[in-house]
Design a binder for this molecule. Structure first.
Ligand SMILES: [Zn+2]
Ligand SMILES: [Zn+2]
Length: 390
């Protein structure tokens, strides 16, 4: 359990996380991290097996702690098939089956991977009541330490409340070898924190929502490090990879501490989610989450800047001005680094903003504009502005 006392309304923040370690070569600490467990079941896929799963398998086998390993097929999705697959295989083969008790289970699930593997293991772990830990293999999304799992079911994708992993191992030597588009996706997901935190401030001032200054400041600090060092990502700079992993850890813990996803996401995530759902409904494989979040961040940032120029509300102007330099730096970064933007049709972009309003009952700039009958006008302008910049 980690946490701290805080001056916000909650008074103190706690999360059921034992530790998270972000450094080069940290996979070597696996033995000591799992020292209190006796039977560990590993879940990975073919790629993550090569990246870290094999090492974990050998280490745990040598120590007599390996209860089994499941190697999923390439590019699994967080759906019935993957979750069922884990559920069918997870067992401790050395334990006796006892019809008067529950079936033999390991005392830890070790997820080796990123999005899908982490989300699926989290759900299985929560449902079975056994803890899990994660060895991250790519700095591609912000959900490592989150307590919810976005799962594809009933023809849609919904986040199911679970709990956090007990530990997060981020070995920058492993993560830096992830495909380049996953590295860009990671940094893009972090950029979304600027609009996410601004939406959170907006919700505090115009909707009376709970807000924690300390957590918001921490998220902005780690996001700044990603933005400043991001230019070195093409060279797979370990320091930059560490910045992104730190960003994910801090925002993930922020979510656990506040009990909601405000520290990680605002309107940009809801718009990205709309795009993802559209692809799923059309039977297409969704784009990388972080790339969609990055594009949606530029869209929402532009809507804020338009609002800044058109509003007479001094407080709101000051609020937006705090974030304006970040928004300008993101634009510069995306154009210089030629970040791939998956959605290019302005009508689709506009419609998804309108759709995003009804997707989540969370106060963001979308609600602010809608309450003033400005949303459609802003959505259309921002969509066409964005497409010109892509
Ligand atoms: Zn607080
Ligand atoms: Zn995200």
């Amino acid at each position: 359990m980690i946490g701290f006392e805080c001056s916000c309304k909650k008074g103190c923040h706690k999360a059921p996380v034992d530790n998270y370690i972000i450094e080069s070569g940290t996979i070597k600490k696996l033995s000591s991290i799992v020292k209190n467990y006796s039977s560990v079941f590993i879940v990975c896929d073919k790629n993550t097996y090569n990246a870290a799963g094999k090492y974990a398998e050998e280490t745990l086998k040598n120590e007599g702690k390996l209860s089994g390993i499941l190697i999923l097929s390439e590019k699994p999705l967080p759906n019935y098939e993957t979750i069922g697959n884990i559920l069918v295989h997870v067992t401790d083969t050395s334990a006796d089956s006892d019809i008067f008790n529950y079936s033999p289970l390991p005392d830890l699930i070790l997820a080796v991977g990123s999005g899908t593997i982490n989300d699926s293991c989290r759900l299985v772990s929560y449902r079975l009541g056994i803890p899990y830990g994660i060895v991250g293999t790519a700095p591609s999304m912000d959900g490592y330490l989150s307590a919810g799992s976005p799962i594809l079911f009933d023809n849609t994708k919904k986040t199911i409340k679970c709990t956090t992993p007990r530990f997060f191992i981020a070995d920058t030597d492993i993560m830096k070898n992830a495909p380049l588009d996953m590295l860009f996706a990671g940094i893009g997901d972090m950029f979304g924190k600027y609009t996410g935190i601004l939406d959170w401030e907006l919700a505090r001032d115009y909707h009376g929502d709970y807000f924690c200054q300390k957590i918001a400041d921490d998220v902005i600090r780690v996001t700044n490090a990603c933005l400043e060092n991001g230019y070195k990502i093409k060279e797979r700079c370990a320091e930059t990879i560490g910045n992104i992993a730190e960003g994910f850890a801090v925002t993930g813990l922020g979510m656990a501490y506040t009990g909601n996803s405000r520290p990680a996401s605002g309107a940009e995530h809801i718009v990205a989610h709309a795009w993802e759902l559209e692809d799923i409904n059309e039977g297409k494989t969704p784009n990388l989450h972080g790339l969609e979040v990055c594009e949606a961040t530029r869209l929402i940032a532009d809507m804020y800047l338009m609002l800044h120029d058109q509003t007479d509300d001094k407080h709101l102007k000051t609020l937006i001005e705090k974030y304006q330099p970040y928004f300008e730096k993101i634009e510069q970064f995306c154009s210089e680094m030629e970040i791939f933007s998956p959605v290019k049709d302005p009508e689709r972009i506009k419609n998804s903003i309108m759709k995003a309003l009804g997707m989540r009952d969370r106060y963001t700039i979308l609600f602010y504009l809608n309450d003033r009958d400005l949303l459609e006008k802003y959505a259309e302008k921002a969509a066409y502005n964005l497409v010109k910049r892509l």
